[in-house]
Design a protein around this ligand. Sequence first.
Ligand code: CAA
Length: 384
Amino acid sequence: MKIGIDDIGLSVPQHFFALEELAERHGIDPQKYLVGIGQEFMAVPAPDEDIVTLAANAALPLLDDASRASIATVILATESGIDQSKAAGLFVHSLLGLRADCRVVEFKQACYGATAGLQMARALVAQRPHEKVLVIATDIARYEQNSEGECTQGAGAVAMIVAENPRLLELHPHQGRYSLDVSDFWRPNLRSTALVDGKLSIEVYLESLRNAWQSYRADGGLGLEDMSFLCFHQPFTKMAKKAFSVFEAIEPEAAKALGEKAYSTSQLYGKAIGNCYTASLYIALLSLLDNSDEDLTGRNIGLFSYGSGSVGEFFSATVVPGYQAHSRRKAHARMLASRTRLGHEQYSTWFYGDNHPAVADYSTPYVTGGAFRYGDGELTTMSD
Ligand code: CAA
């Protein structure tokens, strides 16, 4: 049975902040962020956006009467949860008008959560092939202001429909997993920003990749020479280069044959959006599918998911014939091109201010320009 990603959509906030300006504020060479970290912009949510609206907006274009009728499970993965008890997916389920006989659940394990969601979705479709699963990764990556992590912030969501005979990507059965209890990045209850040991987090990420790859190979997974592209969890796009260096060390010949083009197209969206935690790997995948000028039909893609704390998983997929016909690349390009640049004061107020939707607001979303927002449509700005 072929199971995989049948449709995939992106949603990003309509505002961004330039890393060049952040570097000026921090009094450092902009090249550190642009080249050393590999980030150009960070997406900034407005006060009337949050993980729920981002999630619903990513999924909305994927839905029609047929898909609404066949989605029997919604898995929403996030590490920017809005409630300790209720799944954020329930708000999304309601906004999207999905059927009532549907299970809705939230997954959490840092940036890895959506991959657990994807694997569960695969198992559910294997059990009940007539049903589809909606997996949504949605996050706002927020660090202490003026900390080393500030340049790796961002926000966005990716929605995927997992189904039998998928139109985009067939997931392979092989899985390489690695879990290790470590404090590299975490966000205790009542904190809105993450605590992070940045250097340790990079070390553990790379260690996790090495072990997950060995586990994937031991599970009968493809050799590196059988893959055309690699998509990595990208908290900042330089991380993909660091991840690829693991392969250069352990699989030197195959890595040399693949070269930088194995991951460079997957960095394009991330550079413009920033870290989206659970969504980052899937933004890298979308970046490859949307922006590659080659026909990817039949190509194998290796994917590495990492969530601090930590869990890593390496898995793979094959691009399905005819995938181009189901691409949403034009809509994604329009979404990114139509964003508005913020100055430092506005970015700072929106990212760090206490003006995000209150729980009471969750009952009053509205739709404007085809997108879900909160409030009465009047965006609160600095000048209000
Ligand atoms: N021109 C060009 N490059 C420059 C430069 C300049 N003027 N100045 C510095 N650089 C380079 C450095 O050489 C370095 O490159 P390498 O990593 O290739 O050596 C790079 O810029 C970064 O410089 P530093 O290491 O000095 O940066 P830093 O100490 O300020 O912090 C960071 C970098 C640790 C990534 C920090 O931004 C951070 O803590 N980020 C959040 C944590 C994170 O993203 N961790 C990733 C792994 S964990 C994970 O993946 C889960 C998740 O999503 C959080």
